[in-house]
Design a protein around this ligand. Structure first.
Ligand code: GLC
Length: 533
């Protein structure tokens, strides 16, 4: 373990999550044990041997709580139960203990910004009058205009359309509006309401008492809303929130909520939380991981950078700066269930795959925690799905102008020559169709092939775990030709070189530990990276 990252941090052994490799499982799409075409908890448990072989330290499960699945689990109707689609509490307990036996941690997604419309609280709120305690747990407001037929403010939903939906009052008349930053099936909770605060604490303890090692906090830059929910002049919006340019996110009161979460976790040794923080400003980002807030924050710069040495370097420097000011741990991720898969983002086909291999070595060479998304170790591309297969609410909400995120959520191909490739029993129709050409990308096809993406992942993860050269929290940059970069881990001395040009480039002196593509006459090929010691 390496030295403490910051003079103010207590010394002692580094916590497990500081250099951990997390593996994100999108449970619908990982492995289907009961043959209904949707992945489940027993399916995950069956594959723990594979995950151990891959060499990951911790699992992050996208939501498996009770949900009507309007946003595939990110609309929770009971945060303290498992949805029957995925199994039950006993299946979850069995998964956690089996993972622990293999020395893997298990972390779960928590969704504190909103509930499902099928949560008991929302039903209560609909049945109660305006101004009632039941409505105060959400953001109910009267509409604008004489008949209240205009939404209370001009905020858009992240998924398209207005962020407000009008309800019908119990007497049948058109009534108040409720706020939903995402789909109408995901009403935002009012975090100034004491019930809301108390309930999250209850949920945290419920899972921690069952042995969960930590949480990924969904929309961790959401929750707190600005006083009066003011109108806003909207320009172009991306996922990354620019501070002061979007009143829906990153309101200062959110930090009190994270301090509350941290207090609970501090009573459970070795547990942690990582926040989904789409905040562009580094200083504002850093605030989320101050010593009394979240342990880690997702930094999405690398997932947004094009395959260009300059852009990647800038993303790395940015991410390091964002955490350095608060003595925090950097995190690295190339993809998740919300973004385009990296192979496709980098150009698809052989080029996309070569670049994704290179970027894996870059990511794993950096100090901090890494988050891998299931299927990236197989080099899965995004899938061009037919319109009638699309399920992401974004497709409907955008009036069929945005295809949404299903392309990155197609089930994992495990073995065999045709769909469902061992994801489900033969003949099962999977919840999203699997491309026939994935027969070359199955785990079975890649496992023994030393040139496969899977083999590169396994080798790279093993080296990262075992070699002393990966120690140290700082990196130094070398001078490099245009389109290339090289950095060195200051502690252990590992050197990582990236070549984003079309031509081979020479390597600095040193012994090559691993390269993403074979060297050509001792040179690093185009679209490749190498580790040297
Ligand atoms: C987060 C999740 C995304 C979900 C949204 C609403 O951004 O990662 O999948 O749709 O929150 O809960």
């Amino acid at each position: 373990m390496s030295e403490p990252r910051h003079p103010d941090l207590p010394s002692g052994p580094a916590p497990w999550w500081r250099e951990a490799v997390f593996y994100q499982i999108y449970p619908r799409s990982f492995a289907d044990a009961n043959g209904d075409g949707v992945g489940d908890l027993d399916g995950i448990r069956d594959k723990l041997g594979y995950l151990e072989l891959l060499g990951v330290d911790a699992l992050w499960l996208s939501p498996v709580m009770r949900s009507p699945m309007a946003d595939h689990g990110y609309d929770v109707s009971d945060p303290r139960d498992i949805d029957p689609l995925f199994g039950d509490l006993a299946a979850m307990d069995a998964l956690v203990s089996a993972a622990h036996e293999r020395h893997m941690k298990v972390t779960m997604d928590l969704v504190p910004n909103h509930t499902s419309v099928e949560h008991a609280w929302f039903a209560e709120a609909l049945a109660a009058p305006p101004g009632s305690a039941a409505r105060d747990r959400y953001h109910f407001r009267d509409g604008i205009g004489d008949d209240g037929s205009e939404p209370p403010n001009n905020w858009p939903s992240v998924f398209g359309g207005p962020a407000w939906t009008r309800v019908t009052e119990p007497d049948g008349t058109p009534g108040q509006w409720y706020l939903h930053l995402f789909a109408p099936e995901q009403p935002d909770l009012n975090w100034e309401n004491a019930d809301v605060v108390a309930d999250l604490e209850k949920t945290l303890r419920f899972w921690l008492d069952r042995g969960i090692d930590g949480f990924r906090i969904d929309v961790a830059h959401g929750m707190a809303k600005p006083e009066g929910l003011p109108d806003h002049d909207w320009g172009e919006q991306g996922l990354l929130t620019d501070t002061d340019a979007d009143p829906r996110f990153d309101n200062p009161a959110v930090h009190g909520i994270h301090r509350g979460i941290r207090k609970v976790l501090d009573a459970y040794p070795d547990t942690m939380a990582v926040g989904e923080i789409w905040v562009r400003d580094n200083e504002r980002f850093g605030e989320y991981i101050r010593p009394d807030e979240l342990h880690l924050g997702f930094n999405f710069r690398l997932a947004e950078a094009a395959f260009s040495a300059d852009e990647v370097r800038e993303a790395i420097e940015n991410s390091l700066t964002a955490v350095a000011q608060v003595g925090g741990t950097p995190t690295w991720t190339l993809s998740n269930h919300d973004v385009v898969r990296e192979v496709t983002r980098y150009g698809d086909g052989e080029t996309g795959r070569a670049r994704a291999r290179a970027m894996l070595l870059v990511e794993l060479a950096l100090p901090g925690a890494v988050f891998l998304y299931n299927g990236s170790e197989l080099g899965l591309p995004g899938v061009d799905l037919p319109d009638d297969a699309l399920q992401d609410p974004v497709w409907e909400r955008s009036g069929h102008t945005e295809r949404g995120r299903d392309a990155s959520r197609v089930p994992i191909p495990w073995e065999g020559a045709q769909p469902p490739f061992g994801f489900s029993p033969p003949g099962t129709e999977t919840w999203l169709p699997m491309p026939a050409e994935w027969s070359a990308l199955t785990v079975e096809a890649q496992l023994e092939d030393m040139t496969s993406m899977l083999s590169l992942y396994r080798t790279a993860l093993e080296l990262r775990a075992l070699r002393p050269e990966f120690a140290g929290d700082e990196i130094d940059w070398y001078g490099s030709p245009p389109g290339c970069f090289a950095f060195r881990r200051r502690g252990g001395g590992l050197i990582c070189v990236l070549n984003t040009t079309d031509a081979a480039t020479s390597l600095p002196p040193g012994e090559v530990l691993l390269s993403s593509a074979p060297l050509a006459d001792g040179m690093l090929q185009a679209n490749a990276a190498a580790w040297l010691i």
